[in-house]
Design a protein around this ligand. Structure first.
Ligand code: SF4
Length: 434
């Protein structure tokens, strides 16, 4: 690895020196290191450290998934203060999706269906089981990532069974992985203030621990940029790190930038600088998490693309029709085309790899035929300037499907892009494997 310490004067913030030495030596960072990273005014220095940690794990690659987000209802029995998505039954904008509605949305070539929604007051637990079965029948190829720990806890209460039984039954119905929402920030102070009806840290962690015991891989989030302190952000990450040490069941960590929406909780959203430092800090503190995701829906495409140089290695996916962040006035599109995602990855200087919900590599996209600065329309054609009599140009430079479907994202760090494109086989696991 390239030297990170300050012998060339690259780190402007002396507080980063000690952290650089630890990163170089592969030593675990502590709470004070996390706080120093978030407080640092040396954005480039923080990014350099996080980038070293990212490249050690996933080399030059960045991941995305062809997915579809389904939000079956916005009717919810809770009223979290920061939530602009939830409504009550009978409200003008309340909606409920039938199984037919849901099935209709997953009949397309996607690798992941992502299902999360409100806590509906009258739907029985059996409806959610049938929902998964219907999705599986409609698209057997797509993996199902569904239901936050908050929903699992709610299902256990309405069905009067344990969370373990809920998870076992959902697994039998087709559940592959779980998303990471509902944790918000593990702080009783913040919970009391913003979401006092919702479960606390202990229950969230218990449900994810149970899922991991059942072999269900899950993800974890942090909602930041509202009233939480830096200490609360770092403590949240360290709590997740402890559980990952115990179970190894998390796939990715996703810092979610709070959207102001119609709430009056704060005057302005987190800045792009704060976004990048939070992502970088999470990459460095969460040394046992395979992936850090830059969720473009909440960050915006430009910041998400930059984050791929600040420790993140995943952009989520095409999504199709996002509703939750957009109810809170997120000013991003509700979905992205593959071409747009490829552009965001390439502008960050990364090699795009299409993955599934388990982070198995499905396809790699070689360098584009067109220069990267040419603007590209969503339909895949070049906007300008195309030379006369040129060969037909594509923006993705082709797609190479990987024959080896057993190649996980964490295996890729030791494969050069050229070897990957020639169909390299799975290397032996190393210390970066989860
Ligand atoms: S955040 Fe989730 S649980 Fe809370 S009100 Fe919104 S939909 Fe309901």
């Amino acid at each position: 690895m390239q030297a990170l310490s300050n012998e060339h004067g690259d780190l402007r913030d002396p507080a980063l020196e000690k952290i650089a030495e630890k990163v170089e030596a592969g030593e675990r960072l502590d709470r004070d290191d996390g706080l120093a990273l978030l407080a640092s005014d040396d954005l480039l220095g923080v990014g350099r450290l996080a980038n070293a940690a990212k490249e050690r794990r996933s080399g030059p690659y960045a991941f995305f998934v062809l997915n579809r987000q389904i939000n079956p209802t916005n009717i919810c029995v809770l009223s979290c203060k920061f939530c602009d998505y939830a409504v009550k039954a009978g409200d003008d904008d309340a909606y409920e999706m039938t199984l037919e509605d849901i099935v209709e949305k997953v009949r397309e070539p996607i690798d992941e269906v992502h299902i999360v929604g409100g806590l509906h007051p009258t739907w029985p637990f059996e409806y959610y089981e049938e929902m998964l079965r219907a999705v599986r029948r409609a698209n057997p190829e797509a993996q199902i990532k569904a239901f936050t720990a908050v929903e699992i806890d709610f299902f256990a209460r309405i069905a009067k069974i344990s969370a373990r039984e809920v998870l076992e039954r959902l697994q039998a119905a087709g559940l592959d992985t779980m998303p990471g929402g509902g944790s918000e920030v593990f702080s009783e102070r913040v919970r009391e203030e913003l979401f006092r009806q919702k479960m606390g840290a202990e229950r969230w962690l218990e449900i994810h621990r149970t899922a991991h015991e059942l072999g269900i891989r899950t993800n974890a989030t942090l909602l930041y940029g509202h009233i939480e302190t830096h200490e609360e952000r770092v403590d949240h990450m360290l709590t997740l790190r402890d559980l990952q040490d115990e179970t190894g069941g998390f796939l990715s960590f996703i810092p979610l930038a709070f959207q102001l929406g119609y709430s009056d909780i704060v005057d302005r959203p987190a800045s792009a600088l704060d976004d990048l430092k939070t992502i970088a800090t999470s990459r460095l503190l969460l040394d046992n998490f395979p992936h850090i995701k830059a969720y473009w829906v909440m960050l915006g495409g430009e910041t998400a693309s930059m984050a791929l140089q600040w420790g993140a290695d995943d952009l989520d996916g095409t999504i199709g029709e996002e509703k939750i962040a957009h109810a809170a006035l997120a000013d991003t599109p509700v979905g992205l085309t593959t071409h747009s995602l490829l552009k965001l990855v390439r502008e960050a200087g990364r090699v795009p790899v299409q993955r599934d919900a388990f982070y198995r590599a499905l396809a790699v996209y070689p360098a584009p035929i067109a220069p990267a600065h040419w603007s590209q329309r969503a339909d895949g054609e070049i906007d300008a300037p195309v030379p006369l009599k040129a060969e037909p140009l594509t923006t993705d430079g082709g797609r190479i499907d990987l024959a080896d479907r057993g190649l996980y994202s964490w295996d890729l760090a030791r494969l050069e892009p050229a070897a990957l494109m020639q169909g390299a086989s799975t290397p032996a696991p190393d210390e970066c494997s989860p």
